[in-house]
Design a protein around this ligand. Sequence first.
Ligand SMILES: C[S@@+](CC[C@H](N)C(=O)[O-])C[C@H]1O[C@@H](n2cnc3c(N)ncnc32)[C@H](O)[C@@H]1O
Length: 219
Amino acid sequence: MTKRAGHVISNLSDLLEREAQIDRQVCGIALDEQLETRLAEQGAHDPDPTPYFVLEDLFAHYSLGPDSHILDVGCGTGRVLAFFVREGLPGKITGIELDPRLAAVAKTWTKGRDNVSVLQGNALDLDLSCFTDLYLFNPFDPNILQQFIEKVECEMTRACTIVHMSDNGDTWRYVGRDGWTEVASGSFQFFRNERGYQVKVYDHPQHYTVWHYAGNGLA
Ligand SMILES: C[S@@+](CC[C@H](N)C(=O)[O-])C[C@H]1O[C@@H](n2cnc3c(N)ncnc32)[C@H](O)[C@@H]1O
């Protein structure tokens, strides 16, 4: 994903337009919500979608197959689900979203797709045992993340891969826990177009970490 036909992406607004164009091709609507969350008192963060070029890099860390089942923790309007559909990835993907309005948008455009589902609710209330891979893009406050990690440890009987994008300041919550191994980390700040020109996407580098959790062995 580097350009519109005949148009080199040279600034952020070009990139956002290109992202919206891909959304419309896949989902029929643009998914970018330039809004503040209405659920901050519940620890929710704003519904920014992950850029497609970031997802291309991050999804390379999953080993997906027909039995894979990814959970997007806080799916917003469904950008990660759209990426999954666009790439024709194997297995299934489920998004869970706390905000009913955002979940309704994601439910509407994913309706009728066998391998994509959307739940409205709190990720802390969802049974995680059927998922093989988790994706988090800065969904919630640190105290909720702490509860979520403990929930993974209780419910994930099998090994799983967790990709946590924008975990700036939160990475340490995974460190030193039994069964967790850091497999990769890095950061995103710029989109590089096909001429090598860098477009600033984030004001500050957004750190990510990829973790392998061994499972609690209770299966
Ligand atoms: C930064 S957005 C990420 C959207 C999407 N995952 C993506 O990467 O494009 C984080 C989303 O997590 C949702 N969220 C926050 N807390 C949640 C919770 N406890 N359960 C489910 N969703 C939650 C927010 O409402 C928000 O839409």
